[in-house]
Ligand binder design. Structure first.
Ligand SMILES: Cc1cc2nc3c(=O)[nH]c(=O)nc-3n(C[C@H](O)[C@H](O)[C@H](O)COP(=O)(O)OP(=O)(O)OC[C@H]3O[C@@H](n4cnc5c(N)ncnc54)[C@H](O)[C@@H]3O)c2cc1C
Length: 462
């Protein structure tokens, strides 16, 4: 179907993951789009420093990419990760699959390459123009006018559009304009006491040194290391660590001796994989981790914030990008219903989406504790083994919380959270009270979990 040319002009601030997919989808619908991106074109300039190099892409993100016809292109640069590979402090490893069902896995993908694909696909449409090195300074929301500064000339200039989307990430300029201009605008920004630093396990002759089929985790209670594979044989390793608390923290890990001592004590197996840990540690930046919740996301039919600009979350469920892509799919469905009435589109979009965005923000914080601590805890390990068995034996009936969030893209995050949490509570109680024996039939466990979690949900809904 040939898209119908729409009369509205659309301005998108930020050509990152969400903005570039949004531009592509709106261009397919026939709108005239101008993207203004603060940084240079990442397809021709190396600007990866300080940003996570690879990300876990899963069903919700793929659903939105499929809608825009780019899922196959993305999949071509993905590495499937079927489960977690845990590394203990003695160097022993054990695996835990993400799902008991066949064909359910998450994917490691390069942020830069995926963003590049989306920009290229968007640019193929003659109704899309991308302006790089143009940083937004603020938006006059009443008059739909955005002011930018050109990186080269430093001259400010103003662009007027019928509709302005802010997809300019966690530090969004449009969200900051709401703060200044919208009485009653609510925003909360909560930062973790932990930051993150990326390191690299290089490939040897483009071969991975550890299993590329897993997301690797070194859980150490108060902090952890994770690693995701890249297509060139390397792994991007991320250390999540407190800035100032504990015996080792970002503030006191300065000398070669102390950094080596830390890795020798807690992550000895990584020292064999990372040739110069001191160089890696001291040359790579430390990033902050935080959650942004705000409301409203829109002003009349003039402006809307989406992606991290509206709901930045901590990265522990691997869902920030997936949620940002899902925003595009959800908005698209609302456009189908109210095409031409942006005010209605924006308010309906937020009505449904906000509770789901809040839910994944909370789930991501829960997973922070799960990954750094619980994955090595006995009850948790037993729960995962039972969940795998339930999913294997009853693939169309039982879905763990992780599966509900990650692989059930047709269920909202909020529903996934409530159902998943109820199941978790019931299963953990059954394990702790030793109700489940080796001889207990899986069917019986399934029925108990289903009945008891349903009761719990009914009580919560009363
Ligand atoms: C360490 C880490 C690991 C992560 N891992 C995962 C993962 O495994 N899976 C997952 O789904 N998510 C993950 N995320 C989250 C994911 O990175 C974000 O949710 C995602 O990037 C959001 O996309 P976005 O387009 O909304 O924002 P961004 O990707 O931040 O893009 C914003 C764009 O706007 C531009 N911009 C910013 N300010 C301006 C301005 N004033 N004017 C013009 N342009 C501007 C930026 O240059 C950028 O291009 C991770 C995040 C971190 C920090």
């Amino acid at each position: 179907m040939k898209p119908v040319k729409k009369s509205e002009t659309i301005l998108i601030i930020g050509g990152g993951l969400c903005g570039s997919l949004l531009a592509l989808r709106l261009a397919q619908r026939g709108y005239t789009i101008n993207i203004y991106e603060g940084r240079p074109d990442l397809r021709t300039t190396d600007i990866s420093a300080g940003r996570s190099i690879n990300l876990a892409l899963s069903n919700r993100g793929l659903k939105a990419l499929r809608l825009a016809g780019v899922a196959e292109k993305a999949k071509a640069i993905c590495i499937p990760m079927y489960g977690r590979m845990m590394h203990d402090a003695k160097g022993n490893t054990f695996e835990s699959n993400y799902s008991g069902r066949k064909g359910e896995y998450i994917n490691s993908i390069s942020r830069g390459d995926l963003n590049g694909i989306l920009l290229t696909e968007a640019e193929k449409h003659e109704n899309v123009t991308i302006h790089f090195n143009k940083k937004c300074l603020g938006v006059d929301i009443e008059n739909s006018r955005a002011t930018f500064e050109s990186y080269k000339t430093k001259e400010p200039f103003t662009i007027q559009a019928d509709v302005i989307f802010g997809t300019d990430g966690a530090g969004s300029s449009l969200r900051k304009s709401y703060e200044k201009q919208l009485p009653g605008f609510k925003v909360s920004q909560e930062f973790l006491t932990h930051g993150y630093k990326e390191l690299e396990i290089p490939g040897i002759n483009r071969k991975h040194q550890i299993s590329k089929d897993h997301l690797h985790i070194w859980p150490r209670g108060d902090y952890m290391l994770i690693a995701l594979p890249n297509t060139d044989g390397s792994f991007t390793v991320t250390l999540f660590l407190s800035y100032s608390e504990g015996a080792y923290n970002f503030d006191n890990l300065k000398s070669k001796e102390k950094i080596t001592e830390f890795f020798k004590r807690d992550f000895p197996d990584t020292l064999e994989l990372i040739p110069d840990i001191f160089h890696e540690f001291t040359t790579n930046p430390t990033g902050v981790l935080g959650t942004v919740k705000c409301s409203p996301w829109a002003y009349k039919g003039n402006t809307l914030i989406m992606g991290d600009a509206a709901h930045a979350i901590v990265p522990f469920y691997g869902q920030g990008m997936n949620a940002s892509f899902e925003d595009v799919a959800e908005l698209d469905a609302v456009i189908d219903l109210y095409q031409g009435d942006w005010e209605r589109i924006f308010s309906e979009f937020q009505k449904e989406r906000k509770k789901n965005a809040d839910a994944i923000a909370d789930l991501a914080i829960d997973n922070y504790y799960e990954m750094r601590d619980h994955v090595a805890n006995e009850s948790f390990i037993q729960k995962r083994i039972i969940e795998m068995a339930l999913e294997r034996e009853f693939p169309s009936t039982y879905f763990s919380k992780y599966s509900l969030v990650t692989f059930n893209e047709h269920l909202g995050y909020h529903q996934a959270m409530t159902k998943g949490r109820a199941q978790d509570k019931v299963l953990l109680k059954m394990i702790e009270e030793r109700e489940i024996k080796n001889t207990t039939p899986t069917k019986k466990i399934l029925e108990e979990v289903q009945n008891r979690s349903e009761k719990l949900l009914n009580i919560q809904n009363e």
